[in-house]
Design a protein around this ligand. Structure first.
Ligand code: DGJ
Length: 726
């Protein structure tokens, strides 16, 4: 619910459990007054204190009043170079070369429903949303800045976005434009970020904020394996079930900056948006620039609730699921089994072994096109390699379908190999600066996706492939960071737009594919989890979580990922052991338990699997299908922290709380294992439950007294308990 108090120019945004407020003051400065647990309302600007702070300047309108400074007041959207020395949200460079921005409130608009942003991903929905647009202006440049707010009350979700329009007569260079600025009038917080690298993505890092700026960012052209565009600010004491926390996710898959500044007043400013690194967008008179959307969830009672609210909103109001409520297929992918070395018979062999085990979708990974026997050639030539697949997909797909399976295919549209027909014809289509040699990544170059004609060409070829057979799944891969970012299609003064235009190009093509092939499930992939972000999820309902399929490493990767993103978005497969990334061998039961808390599939040569393993796989698949709704759509509870505890446990609970599944993976075996008890969560204290079909245990007993953990025999043993109300 959005309430406007006209007399005091106060805007209050209420969600089910939280309240957010801002106010335009006597100088039309837009102050942020509150964000936190739901309160009844009123004008909360009494919380703001005014005092002279030595070197903090005063705006012109304040005359000689020294207790009024943009440097100390909580700002709704911070300015630049006119007295606020904290992190700036926006910066204008008009023709005179000044680099300032001074914003004043000029008006608002309130409407039912959710705004959308042209060319960018956003949360969506109907009248369960409300939209507020706040208008502000920089009088000198005549730049109009519109702050967009979307409120989804039931999931405590507040979205923000910014549109900047040049209402002046001369071009203005936009040098920064954050999506969200949040001034929290408290300082005692921890910052949690999700960091890592290729094959070890989204490991949780938590530390108390100290004075100054702490930030994570990407300058790789992708949101990156290294830092996720999602962070949490929280009480020092916050845990899964207690404490105030603010989660902020950016719906953007390119360079981002997420920064928190602990200020001289021991308050915090959180800023998130496109990274100003190599960013400079020319906004001509009459034109607009739109900054991507950010989404905020505040939880007054710990990370668990924050995550569950994000999960629900992402599942129901962000992704576009082509299967619309129907179960997604359990898949088998040939990559780890064959890499580039396969032919049609080998693929059919794998599919033949998979079908009787209940696997439903066969995914043909990299290597099927052009001349592609290694990662050094072929990208850009999206024609079926007739030597490997004689007769093309027209011949292969019916063979797979005859086994009762559907068919999926891998593509990497953004890339080009120097050894390809496409590169020989269009060398200038690769990103690269004049007079400089190309920097290779995985031996490949990046196509200039900021150029429409490049995208058109690639899409035309890919469409021919997609139209040639019955294809129900596409894995859209992308395997390098962007370098040599310069576009032959833009003049020198617009080269600062290329990073952003590149990602807009990716979004445009994904959106077209999504709309042209509404039945196709698109899985995102960026060398694993290099673009696991809320922006991508709008187009690709699931994303390959990591190239690391080792079940033990995956426990941490999936744990970190779960803080924002739901199980149903996390691509996860069982692969062969010893694992290709770590050399570790884990039991097949463990690999299954870990992968089924993701989108679930297999990535191994099932034609070489033992009968005993096949029997286990068959059971796993049947169990997953039986409990699909609970596992994929249930409320998710983290029961331990794999970075600290000797075991990893998590639980999914059905919305009516009549069913739950507890999954647990023990650590390396040790002698004299301590006897441990696990307390369950999310059950109905007044219902009585059976555990694995036995006994009778009141919900409060299972949650307060708990359940004894089995004593593992061997390394990394997994167990699952199915809990059902009697
Ligand atoms: C990287 C992906 O993450 C893998 O799953 C696989 O598709 C390879 N690329 C293929 O080149």
């Amino acid at each position: 619910m959005i309430v406007f108090d006209k007399e005091h120019t106060v805007f209050t945004l209420h969600t089910q459990n939280t309240t957010y407020q801002m106010k335009s003051d006597q100088y039309h400065v837009l102050l942020h007054t509150y964000y936190g647990p739901r309160v009844s309302g009123g004008d909360l600007s009494y919380l703001i204190q005014y005092a002279d702070r030595g070197s903090s300047p005063n705006p012109n309108e304040a005359g000689h009043r020294r207790d009024y400074s943009l440097d100390t007041l909580p700002q709704e959207y911070s300015t630049c170079g006119v007295g606020d020395f904290r992190l700036p949200s926006i910066e204008f460079e008009p023709e005179d070369g000044s680099r300032l921005a001074d914003l004043r409130y000029t008006g608002y608009e309130l409407r039912k429903g959710k705004y959308s942003l042209e060319g960018l991903p956003t949360f969506w929905g109907g009248d369960e949303w409300e939209t507020l647009v706040i208008q502000m202006e920089d009088a000198s440049t005549q730049m109009l800045v519109e702050l967009y707010y979307g409120v989804l009350e039931r999931y405590d979700l507040i979205t923000r976005a910014v549109r900047v329009t040049n209402r002046g007569a001369a071009p203005v260079r936009l040098r920064r434009c954050a999506s969200v600025c949040l001034d929290v009038q408290r300082g005692d917080f921890d910052l949690i970020t999700f960091d890592g690298c290729h094959t070890l993505e989204r490991n949780l890092n938590r530390s108390p904020l100290r004075p100054g700026v702490q930030s994570v960012e990407s300058v790789r052209g992708t949101s990156s394996h290294h830092h996720n565009p999602f962070l949490i600010l929280c009480d020092h004491s916050a845990d899964e079930d207690h404490g105030l926390c603010y989660g902020t996710a950016l719906l953007y898959s390119g360079n981002f900056l997420a920064a928190v500044e602990r200020t001289q007043l021991e308050h915090n400013r959180l800023l998130m948006g496109i990274n100003p690194y190599h960013f400079c967008f020319v906004v001509n008179p009459g034109d607009s620039f739109t900054a991507p959307e950010a989404a905020l969830v505040c939880s007054p009672c710990g990370f668990g609730q924050m995550s569950r609210q994000f999960h629900r909103a992402i599942r129901e109001n962000l992704i576009h699921d082509p299967l619309q409520g129907r179960r997604r297929p359990v898949l088998i992918n040939n990559w780890e089994a064959t890499e580039f070395t396969f032919n049609a018979d080998k693929l059919v062999d794998i599919a033949q072994s998979a079908a009787p085990l209940g696997l439903e979708l066969f995914v043909m990974d990299d290597g099927w096109f052009g001349v592609r026997d290694s990662d050094k050639s072929g990208l850009g030539d999206w024609m079926v390699n007739q030597e490997k697949l004689p007769g093309g997909l027209e011949a292969l797909v019916p063979r797979i379908k005859a086994l009762g399976m559907s068919f999926g295919i891998w593509i990497e549209p953004e890339m080009i190999s120097e050894d390809s027909q496409l590169y020989r014809a269009h060398p200038d289509w690769a990103l690269g600066a004049p007079g400089r040699p190309h920097t290779r990544g995985r031996s490949q170059l990046t196509l200039d996706f900021s150029r429409r004609e490049v995208r058109e060409h690639i899409y035309k070829d890919i469409r021919k492939v997609l139209d040639s057979a019955d294809i129900s799944y596409v894995k859209w891969d992308m395997n390098r960071s962007l370098t040599d970012v310069w576009s032959a299609a833009l003049p020198a003064d617009r080269q600062g737009e290329v990073f952003h235009r590149y990602i807009l190009g990716v979004y445009e093509l994904l959106d077209r594919m999504r709309q042209d092939y509404p039945h196709i499930l698109i899985e995102g992939c960026t060398g694993g989890g290099g673009r696991f972000d809320a922006g991508m999820l709008y187009y690709t309902p699931q994303i390959w979580c990591s190239d690391n399929t080792d079940a033990v490493d995956r426990l941490r990767i999936q744990y970190g990922t779960s803080f924002c993103y739901p199980v149903s978005t996390m691509g996860a497969h069982v692969s062969a052991v010893p694992n290709g990334q770590t050399g570790r061998s884990t039991p097949i039961a463990t690999r299954g338990v870990v992968a089924m808390s993701g989108t679930f599939g297999y990535e191994m040569d099932l034609s070489e699997t033992t009968q005993e393993e096949k029997a286990i796989i068959k059971e796993q698949v049947a169990f997953f299908k039986e409990h699909y709704d609970l596992i994929q759509l249930g409320d998710y509870y983290r029961l331990s922290n794999p970075f600290q505890d000797s075991y990893t446990a998590w639980e999914q609970v059905s919305p009516d709380r009549r069913e739950a599944l507890v999954s647990l993976v023990a650590g390396p075996a040790r002698a004299a294992t301590p006897f441990r008890i696990l307390r369950l969560k999310g059950l109905d204290p007044h219902l009585t439950y059976q555990v694995n079909g036995q006994g009778s245990y009141p919900g409060d007993v299972l949650m307060e007294a708990g359940w004894p953990l089995p004593i593992p025999q061997g390394d990394y043993q997994a167990t699952q308990f199915y809990i059902s109300a009697i």
